[in-house]
Write a protein that binds this ligand. Structure first.
Ligand code: NDP
Length: 271
């Protein structure tokens, strides 16, 4: 039977590409985001756009209720919505730090809470949590973004060990660089928060490092393919990774001593 999927962050980048790819492969897809105008084109693929702000509980509850009413179940949840709140930890306001975690962590976990009862009842479900290679590496001026992705990694491990008994799989995706709106949003916050402070030179170095590859990054469909592989595997891997520099970044986090990593990162992020 056709499986129903809810994908958050479906108005752009990875979420949009995944919505289209899964719809083309026979899934009943609901795409959710704040900018519903950016999801109108998804209707040509049979995807149903839904307004969702993952920082607002009433919006999350309404979204899940609507799908459960229409489709009867949410078999697969792709927790993809997210952004990078950048700037030195000394400079980022506590309000911005909290908002980063609201979007990238609490929103995703609230959705998981709401879809799990039906998944347990059906003894079937897949929850895909979008982490990043930044869920294993922590680069300067991205502290709160990395904190959010490290949190996704930890919560996914805990949840996987909680819900396996109910036939539910938790799958973590760790993309490296992927072409999307992500970079511009992160650079804008970086310039705004630390572009004129004691960290301005480091900010210029970080933007130069990430910005150098922006135009040559792979298309988001490569992550859509990984997600499809994960949700269709009988026994999915706990983590899937792909995208620019994903393999070396994950290797560095796992095998290179911290102080060597410090030197490598400092040498790459000079302005
Ligand atoms: P984009 O900026 O292109 O897309 C982000 C999506 O998240 C948009 O659809 C946006 O929709 C949605 N979103 C942001 N805030 C909210 C909110 N409050 N409520 C609901 N939706 C929201 O970025 P990507 O496609 O690149 O990012 C997708 C995920 O992949 C993120 O979690 C990101 O951290 C992760 N990632 C991306 C990498 C990359 O190189 N691109 C690398 C590693 C991980 P709207 O604004 O309409 O609400």
């Amino acid at each position: 039977m056709e499986k129903t999927v809810l994908i958050t962050g479906a108005s752009a980048g990875i979420g949009k590409a995944t919505a289209v790819y899964l719809a083309q492969n026979g899934y009943n897809v609901y795409g959710a985001a704040r900018r519903t105008d950016k999801m109108q084109d998804l209707e040509t693929y049979g995807i149903k756009p839904i307004a969702l702000d993952v920082t607002k509980d009433e919006s999350i509850v309404l979204c899940v209720d609507q799908i459960l009413k229409e489709a009867g179940s949410i078999d697969i949840l792709v927790n993809n919505a997210g952004f990078g709140s950048y700037g030195a930890i000394e400079d980022v306001s506590m309000e911005d730090a909290r908002y980063q975690l609201e979007v990238n962590v609490f929103g995703a976990m609230r959705l998981a809470q709401l879809v799990l009862p039906k998944m347990r009842e059906n003894k079937f479900g897949k929850i895909v949590n979008m982490s990043s290679v930044g869920g294993k590496n922590s680069f300067p001026l991205g502290g709160w973004y990395h904190a959010s992705k490290f949190a996704i990694e930890a919560l996914s491990d805990a949840m996987r060990r909680e819900v396996k008994q109910f036939g539910v799989d938790i799958i973590v995706i760790e993309p490296g660089g992927i072409k999307s709106e992500w970079g511009n949003i992160a650079f804008e916050s970086l310039r705004h928060v630390s572009g004129k402070t004691a960290y301005k030179e480091l900010a210029a170095g970080v933007e130069k490092f990430f910005g150098a590859t922006t135009n040559s990054l792979p298309e988001p469909v490569i992550i859509a393919k990984l997600i499809k592989e994960g949700i269709e595997a009988k026994s999915p891997k706990t983590r899937y990774s792909g995208g620019y520099m994903a393999t070396p970044s994950l290797f560095m986090a796992r095998f290179i001593p911290d102080k060597w990593q410090d030197k490598i990162i400092a040498s790459q992020m000079k302005s």
